[in-house]
Design a protein around this ligand. Structure first.
Ligand SMILES: C[S@@+](CC[C@H](N)C(=O)[O-])C[C@H]1O[C@@H](n2cnc3c(N)ncnc32)[C@H](O)[C@@H]1O
Length: 519
């Protein structure tokens, strides 16, 4: 009689192992010339006796995440593994809102780590069919067996073959299994993981994103989903789009083919920087003084328009003007409720990335990095930062359950915290670790070539806005794109900072390197 292992199968029975039914991959071996991996199944009914079975790598195409976790853990040194298990709290807290008059600016970034699965085992198997535990025995054992799916269940049949190893499950993977695992090739698994990642990259909308790794056979984590927009998680609220009033007095052509560049009228630009050089009459200067003193509306005053539009070299059209490029002022774009129409020049970041990017493995131990396949002009938009938007409490929880040994993907949306009098607990955080866009791979440099900017399409929403990266100088194709995780203002570098014991050494290699990340 076959032994029924209680692993419910969703949908039609399949030989392919499903991600949500697998607990972890714990060992590997070569059997009959094939790469095999020992899968530990999830089970509620046999917590002391987790069902295990060997599978050819081809059968694991639907749970490559687990294979990748296993391979990653396998390559980690014991020191790294112990660093992974040490909890530590780290939150990158960059500058405040120096030249923002109405609303301030910080930016934040934190370190997170995914839990890793353990390693390895061994066992003899009759063919390339899997092995499984014997549930009938009071002792725990791994048996050479056959695993079949039928009627929504996985059936394990013990093998009658005499050479079958019986092993106490509490010792799995045994030292012998681990030794065999270390000697066994894992090339096919690496190839399949890479192919799966490439397949997912191809589905990302917009210009292509490529993956290049000339150093080793690793691939960025498959436990990552490319998303186009923020994913708001529990407890996070975004103002209803109807509150994005949009500019009502503007129109697509307010003369000379110009729309919202007539900034005095544009409601969307109400909180944008006033263009002091155009306050040419005493009346305008008086109005400006009054609006600053009272914090009242600045509609009617000329504003700095964020993007080059008319009368510039073609390659500059649409790039950030120097005023915004060198300041921390938020950029207020027009939105879908505006009267200025779809081609308004005050719409840019919201249309998304237009450049072809390449994720690549860096040579200097900084993990993956990002570069652009084409030349970028100073002020050119690269892409936004995407991820789950979570509450501050959830971010703290994730941070506390993570280790300093892995990359940080947390950004606080606290640009307007000070000006709006928001508590720390009211601030949302973007976590780009498990879902997001290619900008999650942008590394830090103390002399960066890009900078992050706050871009808002709804001047009333001070809690959910976009983080957008722009080139802060001309960047030739192929140069790594970096930004300063602390985004300090001139002069801040002189402050003496205490270095935390958890600080990560900065490997940016620039002349002005501050030596540590986030300090
Ligand atoms: C947002 S991730 C950047 C992508 C990351 N390199 C990866 O492979 O996923 C930030 C992490 O990258 C690493 N990193 C970025 N810039 C670095 C630098 N200048 N020096 C050392 N490590 C850096 C740190 O581990 C940091 O926590």
């Amino acid at each position: 009689m076959p032994l029924r292992v209680e692993i419910p199968m969703s949908g039609p029975p399949t030989r392919r192992v499903l991600l949500d039914q697998v607990h972890s991959v714990i060992c590997n071996r070569i059997k009959d010339g094939e790469e095999q991996y020992l899968v530990r199944w999830k089970t509620d009914s046999l917590p002391q006796k987790p069902p295990l079975s060997w599978h050819n790598i081809n059968e694991l195409a639907r749970c490559l995440e687990h294979v990748q976790d296993y391979l990653d853990a396998r390559t980690k040194s014991p020191r790294e593994v112990s660093a992974l298990s040490n909890l530590s709290k780290k939150r990158k807290s960059p500058d405040s809102d120096l030249d923002v008059t109405r609303r301030p600016s910080p930016f934040e970034h934190r370190l997170n780590i995914a839990s890793r699965t353990p390693s390895t085992e061994r066992s003899q198997s009759r063919s390339n069919t899997p092995s499984v535990i014997n549930d009938r025995s009071s002792s725990l054992g791994v048996y050479n067996g056959v695993l079949d799916s039928e009627d929504g269940f996985v059936y394990a049949r013990s093998s009658s073959e005499p050479s079958v190893a019986v092993i106490d499950l509490r010792d799995v993977p045994t030292p012998e299994m681990q030794q065999t695992a270390r000697r066994s090739k894992t090339d096919r698994a690496h190839i399949m993981i890479r192919a799966e990642y490439d397949r997912r990259l191809k589905k990302v909308p917009g210009k292509p994103i490529h993956l290049v790794n000339t150093f080793d056979s690793t691939t960025p984590s498959l436990r990552f989903r490319y998303i186009k927009d923020y994913e708001l998680q529990e407890g996070v609220y975004k103002l209803d789009p109807t509150t994005q009033e949009g500019c009502q007095k503007c129109s697509p052509h307010m003369g000379r083919d110009i729309g919202c560049e007539y900034t005095k009228k544009c409601d969307c630009l109400e909180y944008a920087a006033v263009d002091e050089s155009r306050l040419t009459t005493s009346k305008l200067q008086q109005e400006y003084r009054e609006s600053r003193e009272s914090g009242g509306s600045s509609i009617g005053l000329p504003k700095k328009f964020p993007y080059f539009a008319e009368g510039t070299k073609i390659q500059r059209v649409g790039t950030l003007v120097p005023f915004y490029l060198h300041s921390r002022r938020p950029i207020y774009e027009c939105n879908g409720n505006c009267k200025c129409g779809p081609y308004c020049r005050n719409k840019n970041v919201q249309f998304g990335r237009t450049v072809e990017l390449e994720i690549f493995k860096t040579a200097s131990g900084r993990g993956w990095g990002l570069r652009c396949k084409q030349d970028l002009a100073e002020g050119q938009f690269v892409d936004t930062y995407r991820g789950e938007v979570i509450t501050d409490a959830e971010a703290t929880r994730r941070e506390e359950s993570s280790s300093k040994a892995k990359a940080s993907y947390l950004y606080s949306l606290d640009k307007f915290q000070e000006s709006e009098g928001l508590d720390d607990s009211e601030i949302y955080v973007v976590d780009g670790e498990f879902m997001g866009g290619p900008t999650k791979f942008m590394n830090h440099s103390c002399e960066p070539n890009c900078r992050q900017y706050t871009v808002s399409y709804n001047k009333h929403d001070c809690r959910v806005y976009d983080i957008a990266f722009f080139a802060c100088r001309d960047i030739p194709a192929g140069e790594e794109l970096t930004f300063d995780y602390l985004d300090k203002e001139e002069g801040d570098d002189d402050e003496v900072q205490e270095v935390s014991p958890d600080a990560i050494p900065c490997l940016c290699g620039t002349a002005k390197c501050r030596r540590w990340l986030w300090t």
